[in-house]
Design a binder for this molecule. Sequence first.
Ligand code: OAD
Length: 252
Amino acid sequence: MLFDFVLLDKLRAARHIAIFSGAGMSAESGIPTFREAHTGLWAKYRPEDLATPDAFLRDPATVWNWYAWRRDFVRQARPNPGHLAVARLESLVPKVTVITQNVDGLHQRAGSGNVIELHGSILETRCFDCGQPAEDAALAAAAPVQGETPPRCGHCGGLLRPGVVWFGESLPSAAWNRASDVLDDADVFFCIGTSSLVEPAASLPRYARSCGRTVIQINPEATSHDEIAQYILRGKAGEVMPELLAAAWPRA
Ligand code: OAD
């Protein structure tokens, strides 16, 4: 892939690069995205049955077991060359912040040290009622009471739930505030592997552009953010990102 020389200069001169990522970032790790026609999770399941507080209250066992299936899937997945290239940026640029919609922890496992999880983490568990986190050890020990699934909170006896953000819930305020602060400081804003349909996360690239940041879209498909990106790199994250770093820093 050939890259615009001005883009390469901007990357080399950047003090702070923000990486805004979605499910497409993890597609090459074998983790299904949400909205792709036949393979997306929402092509097979209804989000209103699995990814809302009401769905959990209606059928906690089904929701718990679906996330347990996804969590095991995530644990077996490995960071792909796209995650690794994002992590490698930290050795090439003074500051890199990853703002991810993903809940799989693969950016962290690839070595990224500054990750904001806007939609929480599937690897975390907390009480639906009191919000207390449930450590894995406690979780493992809390064998379902009389076969009950999900397990119950050791503090208040409420039902445990996955530590992700569901539709209809607010994003973690600390994560959102950190992401908003990044927009005021980053020089370059990558938008990688997201359909940019879910607010408020989807507003970040538009805000970055309105703040005068250089916005780079990496996606094999067009999205609504094509119109705000100064650079559109049509391709897969695991292919484009390593090539882009090799072009910008050939001797690094
Ligand atoms: P989507 O499934 O909506 O979009 C995935 C995007 O990744 C699409 O635009 C694909 O074209 C693109 N894509 C696929 N393979 C790729 C690859 N190898 N490299 C780069 N891009 C690729 O997933 P998100 O935009 O992340 O939230 O969805 C946003 C939110 O909606 C998720 O965080 C989740 C979901 O419902 C909640 O559940 C609250």
